[in-house]
Design a protein around this ligand. Structure first.
Ligand code: CP
Length: 315
C-alpha cells in the first residue's frame, strides 16, 4: 500500500479491520520491521489523538518519528504552480514535499479544508501535491474531505464492542458554535457503507453531506425516528456542504439526551473527539457505560499500526 487516504486505497477494508484488531492483541509482534525507518508527521492543523496515536503505533513497530507543525513552525508554503513568489509564501510545495520525501520513509499529512473554496477542498489539492512531489508513501492524518485513520478505528471499535449481527448504525448531526468540516462524517459514512453496515444519517435540512460519500445510506430528517432501534449512535457536528461552510439555522434541539437514547436498542455512543461537552453531547451520555469514546481513541493506535505495517512491508 503506497497511499492511505480513503477506504478505496485498501484492497479489502474488512481484512484491514481484522489486522488492526490483531495488533491490539499483540502490539509488539513485529518490533523490528520499522528499524532504521523514519515516519514524518506533517501537521498544518492542531491534533492530540492523531499525533500521539500515530507516533505510538510507529514506536510499536520500531520506527523513529519526526513531527513538523508546519502550520505554525514551517516556512509559509506556496501551492500554486507558476506563482511569482514575491508575497508571503517562502517555499513552494514542490520543493518542500520533495525534501520531506528525502528525509522520511513514510509521511503523514494533516491538512484541513478551508471551508471557503469548495472546489479546492474537495479536489484535495494539498494532499495531491504531496503525493505528486514526494516520493514517500503517504498516510492522510485528516485531509480536506476524509479522515481514514479515524474511520478505521471507528469500524474496528464497532466490530469489537457491538455484538449484533447486522447492527443499525446511525450518524447524527449535533449542535456546535462554529462551522466544522464535513470530514469525519464523510469518512465514517464511506467506511461504514464500504464495510456493509446498515447506515442511517440524520441531520437538519441544509446539512446534507456530499453524496459521493453517503450513497447507499438512509437519510432521515427526523432525528427521533432515525434513532429508533439503533445499535450504534455516532454523534458529530458538520457545517453545510451545499451552502459550503455555512451554518443554516436549526430550530429543533439536536443535542442527544437520555430520552432520545431510550428510543434506541441500548445503543453504544460514539464520537471521534475532541468533543465540546454539553454543547455537542451531555456529560451524562459521554461518561455512561455505553459510551465508546475512549475505546475509539485507544483504537487509533492499532488502526495506525495496521496501516504502517502494510506500508513497511512494501518499502
Ligand atoms: N479525532 C482526532 O483526529 O483527534 P485529533 O484532532 O486530536 O487528532
Amino acid at each position: 500500500m503506497k497511499y492511505f487516504t480513503t477506504v478505496n486505497d485498501v484492497a479489502d477494508a474488512n481484512d484491514l479491520v481484522h489486522e488492526a484488531l490483531q495488533w491490539k492483541h499483540s502490539p509488539f509482534a513485529s518490533p523490528d520491521i520499522g528499524r532504521n525507518k523514519v515516519l514524518g508527521l506533517i501537521f498544518f492543523n492542531a491534533s492530540l489523538r492523531t499525533r500521539m496515536s500515530t507516533q505510538r503505533a510507529a514506536m510499536n513497530l520500531g520506527m523513529t518519528c519526526m513531527v513538523m507543525n508546519i502550520g505554525n513552525e514551517g516556512w509559509a508554503l506556496e501551492f500554486h504552480d507558476g506563482a511569482v513568489m514575491n508575497g508571503k509564501t517562502v517555499e513552494h510545495i514542490r520543493d518542500a514535499a520533495a525534501v520531506m520525501g528525502l528525509y522520511c520513509d513514510i509521511i503523514g499529512v494533516r491538512c484541513f479544508p478551508t471551508l471557503i473554496d469548495k472546489q479546492a477542498d474537495y479536489s484535495e489539492s494539498v494532499l495531491l501535491q504531496f503525493m505528486k512531489y514526494s516520493r514517500a508513501p503517504l498516510i492522510s492524518l485528516e485531509s480536506a474531505t476524509l479522515h481514514p485513520l479515524q474511520s478505521l478505528a471507528d469500524i474496528m471499535t464497532i466490530r469489537e464492542c457491538v455484538d449484533v449481527k447486522q447492527p443499525k448504525v446511525v450518524l447524527t448531526w449535533a449542535p456546535h458554535m462554529k462551522p466544522l468540516p464535513q470530514v469525519v462524517a464523510n469518512s465514517f459514512a464511506e467506511w461504514a457503507l464500504h464495510c456493509d453496515y446498515k447506515l442511517t444519517i440524520t441531520q437538519p435540512a441544509g446539512y446534507e453531506l456530499c453524496e459521493d460519500f453517503t450513497r447507499g445510506a438512509d437519510i432521515e430528517y427526523d432525528q427521533e425516528k432515525a434513532l429508533k432501534d439503533a445499535d450504534v449512535v455516532y454523534v458529530k457536528n458538520w457545517s453545510a456542504y451545499n451552502a459550503y461552510g455555512d451554518m443554516p439555522s436549526v430550530e429543533q434541539n439536536w443535542m442527544l439526551n437520555d430520552e432520545k437514547m431510550k428510543l434506541t436498542s441500548q445503543a453504544k455512543l460514539m464520537h471521534c473527539m475532541p468533543v465540546r461537552r454539553n454543547l455537542e453531547v451531555p456529560d451524562a451520555l459521554l461518561d455512561n457505560a455505553y459510551s465508546l469514546i475512549m475505546k475509539q481513541a485507544e483504537n487509533r493506535i492499532y488502526a495506525a499500526q495496521a496501516v504502517l505495517f502494510r506500508m513497511l512491508q512494501t518499502i
